[in-house]
Design a protein around this ligand. Structure first.
Ligand code: GLU
Length: 405
């Protein structure tokens, strides 16, 4: 979503959130847009850190390495992070980073150099109580470890809480690796209960059918977790295409093929396109990869009753209207994928207090957080008239931020 769309959206929502002119103005303006160029092997890569809003606490949000990322996109994503941290009720604001690079074209050495260069460019604006980055698209725990190391060298401090999503041995949290998907599972289960979807299915002795678009970390973990919980994952896909099996896919075997051959399409099942996946006759669709995949052109054909947005920004505003009219419940990204940043918060807390939580403890805290966030919104949603679930989510989050400005 462009930042222009963010401001249009904010104007639209302003009356519902009862925003004053000044508050609206403040919400439309990032606190700081930091830009630089990182040089690796003689090549320059544009890089940004956008600190959108710290009304509720230190700026928080991932850094993405992507060939098409730009300042406008990073700014929008930083705005959405401030909404997401408010939805999950974390004591953080919103920020986001990006480097315009195709990391697949870099050697391991160059990737490390780029990660360290990012910190050299922005470290004066980062810190455990200032701005706390994390992984995002194409950035990994290993990259977080390089970044932490560079930061600690430059500042002569020990500061594991300056970045989250680290490897466990560098102060990372258990469960962080599956947290985005697991948080999504908790949100989905709440929604399934509210809509009484599983009761009907239990009576018919059939599992709920799910189609998942994207088989990166979030998508494949989601497929595995839902499969383990008795859902029938009938379709999955990656950038090369998708596969479909009416009776459900054996996810572990699909994962094996993905690891061995690089794509799920090599698994022996019916081939489908990424577009076809979204309009399958299933109960739940989960876009877990790209943004803007549910559009005005395909929304009318969606048959699922729930759309769980594990990716950031997968549904366009026009499509959102269509889905609402079709009575499809859209669980928005800022709630559905907030499990990642929630466990980032637990990691930050553990680092600050020098604690090490067990996987059970992290899991329990995550579940509590997600269930609470969902129900706060659901209660408002039930009281509201002619407002979709997404809008109710945003309005609540914006009210929380504005209270602290
Ligand atoms: N990049 C993730 C997101 O978009 C996680 C951010 C974080 O942990 O700070 O929510």
């Amino acid at each position: 979503m462009s930042f222009n769309q963010v401001t249009t959206f904010l104007k639209k929502i302003a009356p519902l959130a009862e925003l004053s002119k000044e508050q609206l103005q403040k919400l439309q303006t990032p606190d700081r847009v930091l830009a630089s160029h990182l040089t690796v092997s003689g090549k320059k890569y544009p890089a940004w850190r956008v600190q959108f809003n710290n009304a509720r606490g230190p700026y928080k949000g991932g850094i993405r390495f992507h060939p098409e990322v730009n300042e406008d996109e990073v700014t929008s994503l930083a705005f959405w992070m401030s909404i997401k941290t408010a939805v999950a009720d974390l004591p953080f604001g919103g920020g986001k980073g990006g480097v315009q690079v195709d990391p697949k074209k870099l050697s391991a050495k160059e990737l490390e150099e780029l990660s360290r260069a990012y910190i050299r460019a922005f470290y004066q604006h980062l810190g455990p109580d200032t701005d706390v980055p994390a992984p995002d698209v194409y950035t990994t725990p290993e990259i977080m470890a390089w970044m932490l190391d560079e930061y600690e060298k430059l500042t002569h401090t020990k500061a594991p809480a300056m970045i989250t999503g680290k490897p466990i041995e560098k102060g990372g949290s258990l469960v962080r690796d599956i947290a985005t998907a697991l948080g999504g599972v908790y949100i989905l289960e709440e929604a399934v209960n509210k809509l009484n979807l599983s009761e009907k299915k239990v009576a018919l002795k059939v599992a709920l059918k799910v189609a998942i678009q994207g088989f990166g970390n979030a998508g494949r973990t989601m497929a595995r977790l839902l499969h383990e919980r008795g859902y029938s994952v009938v379709a999955v896909s990656d950038s090369q295409g998708g596969i479909f099996a009416e009776k459900g896919l054996p996810i572990e075997e699909v994962e094996k093929i993905k690891d061995e051959k690089g794509s799920v399409i090599f698994f022996p099942a019916k081939k489908i396109t990424n577009e076809e996946l979204l309009t399958l006759p299933v109960d739940i669709i989960i876009p877990a990869a790209l943004s803007e995949v549910i559009t005005k052109d395909n929304a009318a054909y969606i048959k699922a009753k729930i759309v769980l947005e594990l990716a950031n920004g997968p549904t366009t505003p026009e499509a959102d209207e269509i889905l609402y009219k079709k009575n499809i419940l859209v669980l928005p990204d800022v709630l559905a994928n907030a499990g990642g940043v929630s466990v980032s918060y637990f990691e930050w807390l553990q680092n600050k207090k020098n604690e090490h939580w067990s996987a059970e403890k992290v899991n329990e805290e995550l579940q509590k957080k997600m269930v609470k966030a969902f129900n706060l919104i659901w209660n408002e949603y039930e009281k509201s008239k002619n407002i979709n679930f997404r809008t109710v989510t945003y309005v609540q989050a914006i009210k929380k931020i504005v209270r602290e400005i």
